[in-house]
Ligand binder design. Sequence first.
Ligand SMILES: [Zn+2]
Length: 288
Amino acid sequence: MKLRSMNELRWNWPHLALLGALVPFAWLCRIVAMTPSAMLTLGTLLSLAWLMFAERRWPARPEWTPGTAELVRDGAFLGINAVTDAAGGLVLAWLVLHGATAMPGPPASWSPWIALPAAVALGELGPYALHRWSHRGGWGWLVHSVHHAAMRVNASNNLTVHPLNVMWNQFARAVPWLLLGFDATVIAWASLFIQVQSFAVHANIAGTLGPLSRWIGTAELHRWHHSVAREEALNFSTALPLWDWAFGTYRAPSVAGPVRVGISELPPGVGWTQWRRMLVAPLCSYCA
Ligand SMILES: [Zn+2]
């Protein structure tokens, strides 16, 4: 393994700028009275566009720049998972309407400065546990390995996730928020922060967030999670490394990222047939 190069020692300022831009974006949303779903959609798309621009301009590993076929694949997953996300949202809305959840609870009266970090930390706990479980193998890995099958790590392949994986994360995140009765605006902003961080930790942008990696999720931490070597593939949290710290899966070596990313079961250059099989396999082992 090589030591960090100068390129990897400079600040990852596009990630920092993105986090900083959330403050004026929040102010703008308030001024124009934007709905939470419009804020989430616009914030997510603008963040992705900025990170993809920064990846082209300041790549950490130029060989990880997505080609046309990969962008088409990631775009297809964006479409599939937008439908999945909307369907999951309808189920959650049904639960709320039928009174199973969403009674205002103590967090609704907390200051946003306390409620927002609490919502982000709580929203990460369920997905952390499921993520760790899915890496143990079996059916969970059959679903989650779709995300690891890409042989490059960049912002757009954060979209390449099995719809079942999207749905279990959505429920593991939202149900505790609703059961504890967090305020709807806090839930919307916690969702946006987690979404933005999810793209940023995959972004192939040069630089580091240095000591901030102990407090927020960063690309230099998450690249290790995509290592082919299973003993290196820790850092299961995305937005905050909090649960990795708490449960002993935090990994931040003082060397450059993994030699190879992806999964050892697949050859490089996975084609459409393979992607289709991976999507179908967890649902019907005979059809794949
Ligand atoms: Zn994983």
